[in-house]
Write a new protein. Structure first.
Length: 85
């Protein structure tokens, strides 16, 4: 058929793209596995919950505890993220 060469060209372009620049870096692969968009939302939710549970005095807000909670939450969520593709 007339469409077979076009589909073959599209498939070849997809294979080259996957094995070319987009797949060249191991760090890029790990970054995509951690699902940074989802982890950002998890971190915002963690910060909001921590702020609501903190003492009423803003002057004595436990910033280091918030930082530790955020880092720990993001690390756990990144490790638990799984690729669906």
């Amino acid at each position: 058929m007339a469409t077979e060469p076009i589909l073959a060209t599209l498939d070849a372009a997809e294979v080259q793209r996957r094995h070319g620049l987009a797949r060249s870096s191991v760090l890029s692969d790990y970054w995509s596995l951690t699902k940074p968009e989802v982890n950002f939302l998890i971190a915002v939710t963690t910060a909001a919950g921590f702020w609501m549970g903190a003492p009423a005095s803003f002057a004595h807000f436990p910033w280091t505890s918030l930082l530790h909670a955020l880092v720990g939450t993001v690390l756990v969520a990144s490790g638990a993220a799984r690729s669906t593709s």
